[in-house]
Design a protein around this ligand. Structure first.
Ligand SMILES: Cc1cc2nc3c(=O)[nH]c(=O)nc-3n(C[C@H](O)[C@H](O)[C@H](O)COP(=O)(O)O)c2cc1C
Length: 186
């Protein structure tokens, strides 16, 4: 899965046009048979319209573009998340279908929340500190830690966070890639 993780992150960092060119190759190479460009009734246009209905001013053009890309990777085996603004404690902007299925949370429940909401008593404080450090110095980090679904059950989550540079060259948002790892006691 590490290879897929890197490929998904790399693809997400491409601009819109190169993203579109790269997508078929990504699907082919990693046999992402489940990737549906328009999962369910959630076309990127629908998603953006729903976001607008909630808080029109709160989604930047860069975020809209990123969400449209994320939606097309919505059913990839790894969950993907977008948070921002970075300087406001990284509230969640968007989470893919896979992430929502993995955690049991709806998009409405997650939006505006910092993803520490998944943490609980068994969460590894060292891993949390590693994420915090990455955020402080704008660097990518990968950790494993215990997280909790909405129903209270826990799962081992492998999380990568990646700083995203907006159009003005500053880091405005973070991308998350999350994978539920099989463990004997999860
Ligand atoms: C894009 C992104 C995705 C994240 N995903 C998770 C996650 O899935 N699970 C989790 O426990 N923390 C996740 N975090 C980390 C928390 O949001 C938070 O940064 C971490 O708990 C450290 O900050 P704190 O010490 O203030 O809680 C994510 C952070 C970012 C920026």
């Amino acid at each position: 899965m590490a290879e897929l993780r890197n490929a998904l992150i790399e693809t997400m960092l491409l601009d819109e046009e190169r993203f579109r060119q790269r997508l078929p190759d990504l699907v082919e190479t990693h046999q992402l048979r489940s990737v549906d460009p328009y999962p369910g009734d959630e076309s990127p246009a629908d998603i953006l319209q729903n976001l607008d209905a909630l808080k029109p001013s709160s989604v930047t053009p860069f975020e809209r573009e990123t969400i449209a890309k994320l939606a097309r990777l919505g059913t990839a085996p790894l969950g993907l998340t977008l948070t921002g603004p970075a300087y406001q404690d990284n509230p969640l902007r968007y989470a893919t279908q896979t992430f929502r299925e993995m955690t049991g949370y709806s998009l409405a429940a997650l939006r505006g929340e910092n993803l520490r909401l998944l943490q609980g008593p068994a969460t590894d404080s060292e891993s949390v500190a590693t994420l915090q450090e990455g955020i402080d110095i704008w660097e990518q980090r990968t950790v494993e830690l215990w997280n909790y679904r909405e129903d209270g059950t826990r799962f081992r989550n492998r999380v990568t966070i990646v700083p995203l540079t907006g159009p003005d060259g500053s880091i405005t948002n973070w991308l998350g890639a999350q994978e539920a790892i099989d463990t004997p006691d999860s």
